[in-house]
Design a protein around this ligand. Structure first.
Ligand code: SAH
Ligand code: SF4
Length: 369
């Protein structure tokens, strides 16, 4: 049965307020609903006891609180947890929780698949199907919080940090991304600090500028190459928004705020982008920029055609960057025994005919010109 009901998980505070006002209710109902959903973890409208019975009845008739369904939960030997969620149309997405000393990071998906087709990414190889709704994005956080609490092995774990680094390019689902981020930051919902919520993008420049203006979160940029020639090959969206334009958007993001930095992600591909000349070019590109570089060990998947850089190559690369004055970290690979590491998320796409949609085609999500 198709439901035409409004999903309360599809709105941030202002969206809910508009809904209530349009239905002749007081604006403060929005805050009450947010607190029930995200602070009390209560999604049964009957139990929202500070609202009158007639109002609850009306909400039950007109709205729902539907979320994706858990299909599978996998716990890695290093404590990383991965969930496979099924959406109402049969598509599946993955969400990963990574516990570390003093914090717990949730890696959230923004699309089913991805149209940007980076050559080293399992999600990109799989193609694009559709954007996620707000309830499907924020639902990953809601479900992860509640599933962690429900499992005796993970009940002490908390989500303290969010990275939009799961399946998909978040900035190509802009109109659903921003209300989801707003719920993460909103004190009436999750109340996370802007330093703990990170959006990762492969460089959709116009949307980066919009984000800078619309909402204050941390920014990670998937750079992966110091020159356009190499980046065109690894991250095809570079042909549309080359490095100079990308760096321009990064400058506009940090402008005016001394504490702001961009995190540049750089996947280490043996013999492809991990040579001393690449490190030197990277130093030249980033020397004056308030950012840091996060070197990511490549996580292999079937028929990727790439190999992970050796430890020696990573150490040499790190030294060249550090000597050049660039703050450099290496990401530890987590959860690779359950295919939960960066770039290994594949979910399951129902409609494989959309496999070869490319970023240049008009259907790949929202357009930015
Ligand atoms: N689309 C966004 C966010 C999702 S990808 C983006 O590209 O930034 C999250 C990170 O994982 C990106 O930095 C991406 O380049 C990296 N990644 C993709 N495939 C990978 C792989 N096979 N091994 C390691 N990192 C990978
Ligand atoms: Fe899409 Fe990011 Fe994968 Fe590139 S790395 S294909 S942008 S999910």
């Amino acid at each position: 049965m198709t439901t035409t009901k409004i999903n309360l998980f599809d709105f941030d505070h202002d969206g809910l307020r508009d809904y209530f006002v349009a239905h002749g209710e007081k604006p403060y109902r929005a805050k009450q609903v947010l607190q029930w959903l995200y602070q009390q973890n209560e999604r049964n409208i009957d139990n929202m006891s500070n609202m009158s019975k007639p109002l609850r009845q009306r909400l039950k008739e007109e709205t729902c609180t539907t979320l994706p369904e858990v299909q599978q939960e996998m716990l890695s030997k290093d404590g990383t947890c991965k969930w496979l969620f099924e959406l109402h149309d049969g598509n599946r997405i993955e969400t990963v929780y990574i516990p570390e000393a003093g914090r717990g990071t949730l890696c959230i998906s923004s699309q089913v698949g991805c149209a940007l087709d980076c050559s080293f990414c399992a999600t990109g190889r799989q193609g694009f199907n559709r954007n996620l709704s707000v309830s499907e994005i924020i639902g990953q956080l809601w479900l992860a919080t509640n599933l962690l609490a429900a499992n005796p092995e993970t009940r002490n774990q908390r989500v303290t940090n969010i990275v939009m680094m799961g399946m998909g390019e978040p900035l190509l689902n802009y109109s659903k991304l921003v209300p989801s981020l707003s719920l993460m930051l909103d004190d009436r919902a999750y109340g996370l600090s802007k330093r703990r919520v990170t959006v990762s993008t492969s460089g959709v420049v116009p949307a980066m500028d919009r984000l800078t203006n619309d909402i204050d979160v941390s920014l990670a940029v998937s750079l992966h190459a110091p020159t356009d020639e190499l980046r065109d090959e690894l991250v095809p969206v570079n042909k549309k928004y080359p490095i100079e334009q990308l760096m321009g958007a990064c400058w506009r993001y940090v402008q005016g705020e001394r504490r702001k930095r961009v995190l540049f992600e750089y996947v280490m591909l043996a013999g492809v982008n991990d040579q001393p000349e690449h490190a030197r070019q990277l130093v030249k590109l980033l020397r004056d920029f308030p950012g840091k570089v996060n070197l990511i060990p490549f996580n292999p998947f079937e028929q990727s055609g790439y190999k992970r850089s050796s430890n020696a190559a990573v150490a040499r690369f790190t030294k060249l960057l550090t000597d050049g004055g660039i703050l450099t970290l290496t990401r530890t690979t987590r959860g690779d025994d359950i295919d939960a590491a960066c770039g290994q998320l594949a979910g399951d796409i129902t409609d494989k005919s959309k496999r070869y949609i490319r970023f240049s085609e008009p259907r790949f999500g929202e357009q930015f010109r």
